[in-house]
Write a protein that binds this ligand. Structure first.
Ligand code: UDP
Length: 585
């Protein structure tokens, strides 16, 4: 990678105060004394020019590296698009690992288990998150041939992964995140469902149960289903499917864990099935991958794509198209620029060249267009918009296949079989949570509604950041309702739904996560999933008063609406929450 000389006339990078804190703390290159040795402007240039310099590998490219570096720089510093955190942190540095998402296999032997622990540690050190399926591990108390002892089972090994993660701070920046998956027909499934019962247990893991369609049919018909020992293939027990499903629901009601993923659906969308099955996702669930595969993500900030013609606001489709095409080029270059912690991962990644372009600032876009999140008009726009991004990203990937070459596994992929023409990337779209990117860009995260209109955000070691949504403040001014007293009240309440003195339109548009019926959260997720290659990160927020029955319905709806998984969170069910209204208590 080649960091180009910074042009003298390069515009400054303007940061919001929260972004300033985050960049200083985690993203800027640091010297031996731990102090930043680059400015935010230098950081964005390091990333823009490093990624643009990959262009030199491709003689057919119509871009000059310097010109592309400037274009990438502008795209990032205007906060139209940002690549995932490891790219910002590591492009052009010694670590050089640029992807956020990895999946590692865990085999049923001591060697394979501890290899996976070691590989995960290397990935965490470089800022990536890891997902694992523990389904291949023999159940607790089964025989161990070589010693005559008994196996301790997937859950005890999960604890080892968890402890190892605790000790490896990610590249001195963030703590490793993990996803742990177990198939619903593994004999230790009940213990797995209960594994996070006590608060604080397995704190570095999200857990999800991999559900099969066969299992879902058994729930529907109130039948028993078999548990199968993975190492022998023998059926060891039968459980009532409905009871297991209800336990899942109860635990999710109590603590938010575990979530669920729909394994058959994920594998139906596997573009390269000859290379194996997908058995896990990355930590936040949006990226299913093959074992030893990684994926780099990037997100377009929709808050920046509003135009106004004759007083009518709409989406700026032309600029969005251009940004999608540039983002695909950026993310494809990231694959070449990245160094991966294992040769095996490099090979898998470069065979399929998956990228995950997604969005953030969706709630901000809806605020600007004055569309309530919980409305058919909003879900229709979600479908239209993601369909557009999906088609344009595919068309960009096709153009890159002509300019460069198709991804090496294209010949045996579903695209070839379906005569869809060559692509540069086996997948192009993923909707990430954008937890930190959205702070840097100063927009709402991913496709989530705002948690509160004014809030105190707790990030990084208890640090607190205060935020008021700028579109809300602007709308209050426009409606002539703005006052300091009102703002103070909104900080305390988070929501304006009870403020009947405010205009009806204002209250219906400026809704927050807790104002929205859980079904609408799910409908929004499903609308985006329809046109997303990989998966969609979304939390279905429920009020504290919601019942297990409500969660049951959401799970079932997620299954019927074609989601690849679902995560619910009932307000107040954990003592520490990431986002808090009021004074952060
Ligand atoms: N991730 C991680 N550790 C973290 C946050 C994120 O490993 O503390 C990984 C994980 O794979 C997650 C992905 O990054 O699914 C994307 O998360 P997000 O979009 O929130 O990351 P950002 O790029 O905003 O930091």
């Amino acid at each position: 990678m080649n960091i180009l000389k910074m042009p003298a006339d390069l515009p400054e990078a303007i940061l919001n105060p929260n972004a300033e804190v985050v960049l200083q703390k985690r993203y800027l290159k640091k010297g031996l004394d731990g102090k930043p040795i680059e400015s935010p402007k230098e950081m964005f240039w390091r990333v823009a020019s490093g990624i643009a310099s990959m262009e030199e590998n491709y003689p057919n490219s119509s871009w000059k590296a310097e010109e592309l570096a400037r274009t990438f720089y502008t795209m990032m510093t205007q906060y139209d698009f940002l690549p995932n955190s490891p790219t910002l942190m590591n492009a052009g540095t010694e670590l050089g690992q640029l992807a956020a998402c990895f999946v590692l296999p865990v085999g049923d032997s001591m060697d394979e288990i501890f290899d996976a622990v070691k590989h995960a540690a290397l990935i965490h050190k470089s800022g990536g998150g890891t997902g694992f399926s523990f389904t291949r591990l023999r159940p607790k108390d089964s025989r161990v041939g070589s010693t005559g002892g008994v196996a301790s089972g997937p859950i005890s090994f999960l604890k080892i992964f968890n402890t190892a993660t605790e000790q490896v701070k990610q590249g001195g920046t963030r703590r490793g995140a993990n996803m742990g998956i177990l198939r619903v027909d593994h004999p230790d499934i009940l213990e797995f469902i209960r594994a996070k019962e006590r608060e604080g247990d397995l704190n570095n893991f999200n857990l999800s149960v991999a559900l099969t369609e066969k299992f879902m049919n058994s729930v529907e018909n109130d039948e028993e289903y078999p548990l199968v020992a993975p190492h022998t293939g023998e059926i060891v027990e039968y459980l009532k499917a409905r009871e297991v499903f209800e336990l899942l629901v109860r635990k999710a009601w109590e603590s938010g864990d575990p979530g669920i993923i729909f394994l058959d659906r994920i594998n139906r969308d596997n573009p390269t099935p000859d290379q194996g099955e997908m058995e896990s996702t990355n930590p936040c669930g949006e990226q299913p991958l093959l074992p030893y595969e990684a994926c780099n993500l990037g997100s377009i900030n929709l808050a920046r794509f509003v135009t106004e013609v004759d007083d009518v606001r709409g989406v700026d489709w032309d600029r969005l198209r251009q940004t999608v095409h540039l983002s695909v080029r950026f993310l494809d270059n990231v694959i070449d620029a990245s160094e991966y912690p294992l040769e095996r991962i490099s090979q898998t990644v470069r065979r399929n060249r998956k990228i995950g372009l997604g969005i953030m600032g969706w709630a901000d876009l809806l605020y600007q267009l004055r569309l309530p999140y919980d409305s058919r008009r909003a879900t229709s726009l979600a479908e239209k918009l993601m369909d557009f991004i999906q088609k344009e990203s595919r068309s960009a990937s096709k153009a890159l296949a002509t300019e460069r070459t198709p991804f090496p596994a294209y010949e045996t992929s579903v695209f070839k079989k379906q005569n869809l023409g060559p692509y540069r990337n086996a997948t192009t779209t993923t909707i990430a949570p954008t937890g930190t990117l959205s702070i840097i860009a100063g927009c709402s995260s991913g496709i989530e509604p705002l948690f509160a209109l004014c809030f105190v955000r707790q990030v990084m070691d208890g640090e607190k950041l205060a935020e008021a949504n700028s579109f809300f403040v602007q709308a209050l001014h426009e409606a002539g309702c703005h006052s300091e007293k009102l703002m103070q009240e909104v900080v305390e309440k988070g929501s304006i739904q009870q403020m009947e003195f405010l205009p009806e339109e204002l209250r219906s548009v400026f809704v927050t996560a807790m104002d929205i019926e859980p079904q609408w959260h799910l409908k929004m997720q499903a609308a985006f999933q329809k046109h997303t290659d990989n998966a969609v990160s979304k939390t279905v927020n429920l009020p504290n008063s919601s019942t297990q029955e409500d969660i049951y319905k959401i799970y079932w709806m997620a299954y019927e609406e074609g989601c690849k998984g679902v995560t619910v969170y009932r307000d107040g069910c954990k003592s520490v929450q990431v986002l808090c209204t009021g004074d952060g208590k």
